[in-house]
Design a protein around this ligand. Sequence first.
Ligand code: C2E
Ligand code: CA
Ligand code: CA
Length: 578
Amino acid sequence: MLSKRSELPPRLATKLSLESLLESAGDAVFRTDRIGRIFYASQHAHNIISAENGLEGSALATHILAEDWTLMQEGLTEALAFGTTCRVNVRLNTTEGILWFELQITAYETDDGQVEFLILCRDIAEQHANEERLRHMATHDELTGLPNRFLLSDRLRMTIAQARRTGVGFSVLALNIDGFKKVNDALGHPIGDILLRVAGERLREALRDVDTLARVGGDEFAAVLPGAVDLNEIQTVARRMISTTQLPFEIEGHLLYVSSSIGVATYPQHGDNEVKLRAHADTALYRAKEGGKSRCVIYDVDKFNLPEHDVSMEAAMFDAVRNGEFRLFYQPIIEARSRQIVGFETLMRWEHPELGSIPPTQFIPMAESNGLINLLGGWALKAACVQIRHFEEAAGRNLYVSVNVSPRQFRNDQFLEVMDDALKLSGLNGSQLLLEITEGILMSDPEHAETLLTAIATRNVRVAIDDFGTGYSSLAYLKHFPISVLKIDRAFIKDLPESIKDVAICNVVLSLASHLNLTTIAEGVENEHQMHFLTKQGCAMIQGFLTGRPLPPADAIEVLKTGVLPTMPVAEHAKLPA
Ligand code: C2E
Ligand code: CA
Ligand code: CA
């Protein structure tokens, strides 16, 4: 054997010993002619690929999956054209099934001028599986194995592009499991997790292969149904999804009953981009929940009472988010006795390039109805917490920040997460954050309010009742919920101290607050008479044009540095103690 090998031409001998070397390293080795026909296959190659008539003489391509032929052909061409070793990943038909291999293709010329290929096949099944696993982890939800919000976003963009090309629309569904929280709270997260996993499986089965079902939050799912535009058809699918979640869940000896609500938006009727479609599906979902749950509501501009002229405004709002036209202003809040600035309330502004400054009273309700409030509110919370740290630096002392939270934000599953992020991002103490909510929020879903407020309290974050006195007359909730601050509405302040009724109301509120150990902030204080009266009656803090109009951050920093409030009469009280 040895003597035979030594008779071979020196170049080939080197090649063959290289081949045996490579083979001993675990690679399969082939040599083929210039059209890819095998004339040499190493022992290892024979072991992994079984060919009825032997490997020699067969085309390498016949052992490769047809889908990967083009890749291999490109590899051969490239190796030939550039004279380098070219690597391609293909699937081979092996004795153990279809497996991934990396082919290292080198072209060389024999002594008699023939072009041949040396092809090393390295088993990368494991590496490939690892890569696949990583890719899967980044794009899928760990618990249910369903696509996550990133993959959903990808699929949505793809589906939009496809719909543009073909002119055939599609629909986006937002789904919430009704009653999930109860299960989770009563039986614990492990059972809740199983419920979600099984619900995910059932929902997936209720859809076609071309549909995407994603888990986008706690008990929130979203689906994209290409081609589904007929409202009856959508309702049928939605009913199927709702029914499947209504079947009992048998988990660790518990028989559990839940249901689901669905909101739908269709392309292009309800939006031509991802943000709009998802927000409108969300809005419809809230309608479904408000309407008694276990139902599907399809977004409808007319039914949802958005005045006609608001539609273009609404469209502009989505652009505004993209263009960064929203700003935060800060209104100083002072301690009544010392007149020192102790904090700021964050107030949002929309600087429209043509329409100018649009007041929040106009755009917040719109954002609330189309779902954008979650995005805007989350941004405001984070930005405000970060901003207040800069204010503290300028002031050289601790300050607090007050942020308005709308009902829909408060209901959103992700609210706590966003708040925790804001605190972490800014390094602000929980006690330096005050969330302003209205009485209505507490009344509409007291159960949820209690859970959320308790969680908020564990972070030392305080909660204020905004516009106190204008909403519900029931005061029972003050005893029930962990509330720290009452903000007396401007309606009761503006005619002070002349109006006897307002004097009476303010006195009652102040005494109530003092008995319940709540802090009071008077809102909309515009003059010294009001200020004087409120201070005398024991109101702890004052906010209003007298303490300053809402200011852009740079102006607020100026005020903190100089200690001069822009609107306070200089002679009397303008100089604030440092
Ligand atoms: P609000 O929370 O009651 O905020 C107080 C409003 O009164 C602000 O109006 C403020 O500029 C105005 N104001 C303050 N002092 C005086 C005063 O002395 N006299 C008078 N006449 N007005 C005064 P703004 O900024 O137009 O905000 C209106 C409402 O929009 C806010 O009422 C709040 O409910 C909502 N809002 C503002 N920013 C946000 C936000 O970031 N998120 C949410 N969810 N709502 C916001
Ligand atoms: Ca407020
Ligand atoms: Ca208010």
